[in-house]
Design a protein around this ligand. Sequence first.
Ligand SMILES: CC(C)(COP(=O)(O)OP(=O)(O)OC[C@H]1O[C@@H](n2cnc3c(N)ncnc32)[C@H](O)[C@@H]1OP(=O)(O)O)[C@@H](O)C(=O)NCCC(=O)NCCS
Length: 189
Amino acid sequence: MNSTGTNPLRKRGTLHSIEIFRLDRDGLAQHLESIAEILLACVHDGANVGFVSPFDLNQARAFWVQKIAPGLVANTRVVLAAKVNDQVAGTVQLNLDTPPNQPHRADVSKLLVHPKYRMLGVGRALMEQIESYGLNAGRRLLTLDTATDIAEKLYISLGYERAGHIPGYAREPHEERFVGTTIMYKVIR
Ligand SMILES: CC(C)(COP(=O)(O)OP(=O)(O)OC[C@H]1O[C@@H](n2cnc3c(N)ncnc32)[C@H](O)[C@@H]1OP(=O)(O)O)[C@@H](O)C(=O)NCCC(=O)NCCS
């Protein structure tokens, strides 16, 4: 990653340029369609990220506008987006709205990469960048939970530790089946 946040890399024989940038309220409004489309595509693809079928674009837009935008206005949430070859391809968030006794902690959430742009290093690049936003905000303990093996392996490779596993935590998006979640943490410095 260079100083402008652009990371040219080559995978599957093609040169991809990954640019990571922060979305404020105006940026979210500007990129709402693509960011909502990423959430929709991930849920339709089976990602267990809080939503169940039927789930449509209006609900995806509503999530960003109603649940996420207020934290951008209040400056209690960092939302990053990633562009691959100038197309918005992924996103991740850091929730800084922790209780007064946890001023050193932040929650990482909603790491989402559009299925079209997977396995190009976008998820890893987003996680690496969100960590530096945590550090800049004075947060030394990052916490998250994940229902997927792929994401868990990615987090472990980035230095996150497993705190434990809760079985039967969340319903799958497309079927009446409950899966567990792994709680993870990382001390950053
Ligand atoms: C998990 C997710 C964010 C990974 O995004 P990505 O951009 O494809 O990840 P990267 O390309 O940065 O790959 C990161 C690592 O995971 C591995 N990986 C990614 N997808 C994989 C797959 N389907 N099978 C096996 N390994 C995989 C990569 O090989 C890479 O390992 P490496 O760096 O050692 O080569 C993406 O699959 C996703 O959006 N899933 C749905 C939403 C979700 O579950 N989010 C997590 C919520 S906690």
